[in-house]
Write a protein that binds this ligand. Sequence first.
Ligand code: ZN
Length: 477
Amino acid sequence: MTTLLIHNAHTVATQDDHRSELKNASIYIRDNRIEAIGPAAAMPPEALQADEVIDARQHLVTPGLVNTHHHMYQSLTRAIPSVQNAELFGWLQGLYPLWAGLTPEMIHVSTQVAMAELLLSGCTTSSDHLYIYPNGVRLDDSIEAARAIGMRFVATRGSMSVGQSKGGLPPDRVAEDEDFILKDTQRVIETHHDGSFGAMTHVAVAPCSPFSVSRDLMRLSAELARRYQVRLHTHLAENDHDLAYSREKFGCTPTQYAQDLGWLGHDVWHAHCVKLDDEGISLFAATRTGVAHCPCSNMRLASGIAPIRRMLDAGVPVGLGVDGCASNDAAHMVNEARQALLLARVGRAMQPAEERTLPSGERKTFFGCDLGPAEMTARDVLHMATRGGAEVLGRKDIGSLQVGMCADLVLFDLQTLSFAGGAVHDPVGALLLCGSPQTDYTVVNGKVVVRQGQLATVDLGPLVERHNALALLLCGN
Ligand code: ZN
């Protein structure tokens, strides 16, 4: 048994059902669970004798942030000059030939680099969508990397089976055989998926996208996932080319395609959904289908502005995703939440003016900018990055700081530069509105993984050095 006390925190943003924010509060952790949370004086008597006590008088504590969409191997191909200014399809076609050279070591090292960046930016649970398996690469490579660094992980067995010769986007040499995809997916579920409370490893089934796998594989993947009671994940309605492909190849919208193949439901989450129409939003809400909102990637690739406020108002579960390292090209979870806030406001300001009737009966014209700032608040995006992400990943054990929940939490030092002048007024507002900080402490499943701003589980210097050598090797240098 190990115990940990977060002692007398300046502010704890619990993300409980009331979004309670506690002042001068402590959190007592036994093994991997929160045993007590509340005023420092109300902690159990043994709390002050905990194995480790972290003095949190100058810290903001939040639940660990949850990243719902990523492609960690892409950290090897960040900022490649030839695709810096491409939209989604051109960007993919420029990168597929490079990714064909990935090796198991590259997956292991790039996964740890991506996870280091996430852990240091407040993320404690991440999914990863690995959909390319050349040269003996296996999903096990990234699962082993996650275990070694200490991150809670939702590994998704992605796939591509429709190459260019069959009308798909990827080159044939990175497409896999569909029977093998299904067999290997079954193998990784049976080997690694843990459905218990507090599990550190989930596996989900994740054909890459409608433009790189067949209808049959989509349908059979859904059947396989439901047989094993694991989740389903893919990309959907990312940009206008994606919509056009769906109309041309399948004669329907991406949402109709998903519905037809059994890809709507509380056990499904789709990345992006930038181009979800009103019918799509209603169907997602009615079926509790989740969305991974990736604002930086959507801006980077000029995909568009996802209608997140309308999704939330309709009742669609929405979490945040940093998306792949090569289309962001960062993986900072607090910054992703900040960008979600900013992008929603830009989106509102771009809406046409509306005539509205005031309570007095007077008619008034409202421009988008009149409603823009209220479109998305700092607390809305913090909620999306914690509770929202947990719901999208089907987790009831993370996302909020309450008794009985898993001890996944992060501490931000309010005395650092990015909080100067902001934390004295509103620490939670300052976290999302000021420059995005790194964590002082990151605790995953009761274990301190970042201590005093340093990764405690992996030596970052040699990791980055090896990663950079592999990045050059992969790109033929
Ligand atoms: Zn993606």
